[in-house]
Design a protein. Sequence first.
Length: 333
Amino acid sequence: MTKVIHFNREFNMALPDILKSRLSVPAMAAPMFIISGPELAIAQCKAGVVGSFPALNAREKGEFEKWLIQITQELDAYNKANPDKPAAPFAVNLIVHKFNMRLEPDLALCEKFQVPIVITSLGARSDVNDKVHAYGGIVLHDIIHNTYAKKAIQKGADGLIAVAAGAGGHAGTQSPMALIQEIRAWFDGPLLLSGSIATGDAILAAQAMGADLAYIGSAFISTTEARAVPEYKDSIVKYNAEDIVYSNLFTGVHGNYLKPSIKDAGLDPDNLPVSEEGKLNIGGGNKAWKDIWGCGQGIGAISEQRSAADYVAGLVTEYNSAFDRLAILKHIA
């Protein structure tokens, strides 16, 4: 079993205790549609990063509640057995757009199980934030530019997830440096950064730019616990940033996808048509995420398939080495 050493590096972190006192490395795992389930979230939390999953991944009736029971029971047992080094908290992603007919019942279950962290996407809603705050949870809202960031905080979100260029799934187009500096000009609360982060060095770089935590998704697709088909996991190891294409064809919203999966679907990834905004599930009848695989540009750093614990242990080693190099450079200067 991989030993988890909780990081104790000194850094100016604008985070609540739940997000800074129980982590082995300053990172949160991104919730990935289809890919993230209770097995991966639990493994991530035990390894010392915030584990997460979209509520909508639990497709069957009653399945979401079963997942919450499984996660809370396993993490409670782990924490009792490891009181000095408890697991990181877990997070649930809720789509708050009006098309999500499950929002209210899923939010009620988050209240029932007092989910520590709720990640909201596709809109910011004060009523959702209020309900999470009422039981003591915190809300992080993902955004792709500064305007949405301000709206999210105005509506009561506790923190922001800046989804920059190169991130997997529905990514933005702005440079992480540009996006972070604009947000930090007015916001000093919890801020996470997403976009091609797959190594401990990149985590430290995100902090140096002004983020508190890194937000890592695509790198976990190849892990043992991920609910990706074997061919998808193989692709994460095999391909690099040049094998990613940015298109809105498959969901009506721009996102990053693996070119080989687009080719396998009988499409030309270099000549994809532009979708009508907001139109879903088009492109030769192929479905995004299931047939057309989402992926960020950071996969060039992934060279093998391994457990989530082993991957996080590698992040810890890389992060500490990068921190030490920075300290040496500072001393020389």
